[in-house]
Design a protein around this ligand. Structure first.
Ligand code: LEU
Length: 523
């Protein structure tokens, strides 16, 4: 067991850091457009179901997995999952299971962050444009402003590098002085901005069309419509639950690895989920959808990915005080994104510290250069192809940011609830202010959660086949040949990173537990 591991400085710091980890662009940007384009109220039913059946149980598993791994000095998923899986299967099998988990977590923290960092850069750039009135001139549509932005190398690269440098400095200072200190500063500001925007949104009335009041917009997402339920919206809802809670990525486990062995995990996991859901459903839902509805009606809210960067700037152009509210909006997105990106960044720094013995202050800069390399294609694609389709980003996101999260969630649940079994429940309850009852563990962790997650995986695989993601030339780029090499490049990068992650994680396990692996029994 390792005693040199850093710990969180205070309970409030830990909770804010975990909330910062979970609350991100997913809450304020992804959630509103997912909800709106999947039928509003119809989306919310599977969303809450997935939150209860998968979100909360997996969050508990991940906190527990992280604290358990941390006791042995691990902050990465390969060895963490190995330690639980070896309780129920031979070390050799456990090492393979651990290495698959480690590969996915490595893929997420490297590749999802490679585009996430770019989007944080855009939020900074757009914050700058809001303050300086850069998109207020109506001569160009906000769609054109966005296309010009992503095709402008000065804007894209300047703000991206600023965001990455900020992250490097934060992570370099360690858990307490870096991650925790930033979370304590940024999270209260984020909530304040979110509340201000939500109030403005609700009180805006119907400025454009008497039929489009912001309250009607609220009704749009809160009016459950059972008739438009579909598997597609259910899969989208479950995908959103994984993304927003930061589960299936390894980063909640990584933060939990800095807990002390007797720190509570049960109440803290539930607190993380509650803070995230407040930010997502109450603030994200209220700040964004009603205001977009009030200015653009039902068609406006269904605009998809463009909601944050195209639809809302249109609103800020017309509303009183638009420049101020625009600045608040993009800064809110920036803070949300920054505190999540730190978590992915720290995962890779922990990996270098623990597996390669590199000092944190150096590792932070190696990871910085790593992100520059893997992030380059994301930034270059629109500039070189003169499109704004973001095919490279989309392909990486489809696999690593959506599909594989569910796979990792399933592996973690099986390792804990089936392989480690009852001992995992005892572990989870150690130091707990509340205890998870046996029936909950048996019904959810051992049964409902894995069964529902595997079912979802099955249906999303069918969905991916239908959507043409498995084709040599996926449907979404078939009409734009210039993008095909970018999608192929994304596929090569994803496969390469996963293979590398697998070998790296396996080595990390065998370096520490080689004897057990050779004898193929736990000593
Ligand atoms: N949970 C984060 C969010 O909602 C995303 C994750 C990739 C860190 O944005």
């Amino acid at each position: 067991m390792s005693s040199s591991r850093e710990n969180w400085g205070s309970k409030i710091g830990l909770i804010l850091a975990m909330a910062g980890n979970a609350i991100g662009l997913g809450n304020f940007w992804r959630f509103p457009y997912q909800a709106a384009s999947n039928g509003g109220g119809a989306f919310m039913i599977p969303y809450f179901a997935a939150l209860i059946i998968i979100g909360i149980p997996v969050m508990l598993i991940e906190w527990n997995l992280g604290r358990y791994g941390g006791k042995y000095g691990h902050g990465t998923l390969g060895p963490m999952v190995y330690l639980q899986a070896r309780e129920g299967t031979k070390p050799k099998n456990a090492a393979i299971i651990g290495a698959i988990a480690g590969a996915i977590a490595f893929g997420v923290t490297l590749l999802v962050n490679s585009y996430y960092n770019h989007i944080i850069g855009w939020t900074l750039g757009y914050g700058f444009l809001s303050i300086t009135g850069g998109y207020m001139d109506t001569a160009k549509s906000t769609g054109e402003v966005f296309v010009n932005y992503v095709q402008n190398p000065t804007m894209v690269f300047t703000f991206w590098i600023i965001a990455l440098t900020g992250l490097a400095f934060a992570v370099m200072r360690g858990v307490q002085k870096g991650i925790e200190a930033w979370a304590k500063l940024m999270m209260p500001v984020l909530y304040t901005f979110g509340i201000l925007l939500a109030i403005r949104s609700l009180t805006i009335g119907s400025p454009v069309n008497p039929d489009w009041s912001s309250l009607k917009g609220l009704n749009y997402i809160w009016n459950p419509d059972f008739t438009s339920f579909s598997w597609k919206s259910a899969i989208a809802a479950a995908g959103q639950v994984f993304f927003t809670l930061s589960i299936g990525m390894g980063i909640i486990c990584n933060y939990a690895s800095y807990l002390k062995p007797d720190d509570d995990v049960v109440v803290s996991s539930l607190a993380t989920v509650s803070l995230n859901e407040f930010a997502e459903v109450i603030l994200g839902g209220t700040a964004v959808i009603p205001i977009a509805y009030a200015f653009m009606g039902p068609d406006g809210v269904g605009q998809g990915v463009g909601l944050a960067f195209i639809a809302l700037p249109n609103v800020f152009r017309t509303m009183a005080g638009g420049q101020i509210f625009g600045s608040l909006w993009f800064l809110l997105l920036f803070f949300a994104g920054f505190t999540s990106a730190i978590a992915m960044y720290n995962y890779l720094v922990a990996l270098m510290e623990e597996d390669l013995g590199v000092q944190r202050s150096k590792a932070a800069w190696y990871v910085f250069f790593g992100y520059i390399i893997v992030g380059l294609p994301v930034g270059l694609e629109p500039i070189l192809t003169k499109t704004a389709d973001l095919a490279y980003l989309t392909e990486v996101d489809n696999w690593v940011g959506v599909y594989l999260l569910v796979v990792l969630g399933v592996i973690e649940v099986i390792a804990a609830a089936w392989l480690m079994g009852h001992k995992a429940l005892e572990e989870m309850n150690k130091g707990g202010i509340w205890q998870i009852p046996e029936w909950f563990f048996n019904i959810f962790h051992r049964f409902l959660t894995p069964v529902v997650a595997i079912t979802l995986l099955f249906f999303s695989t069918l969905d991916y086949i239908k959507a043409g993601y498995f084709k040599a030339i996926p449907d979404f780029v078939a009409k734009t040949p210039v993008l095909i090499p970018w999608v192929n490049a994304a596929r090569i990068v994803v496969v390469g990173v996963l293979l590398f992650g697998f070998v790296q994680s396996y080595k990390s396990i065998s370096n520490k537990y080689g004897k057990e692996l050779d004898e193929n029994k736990v000593s």
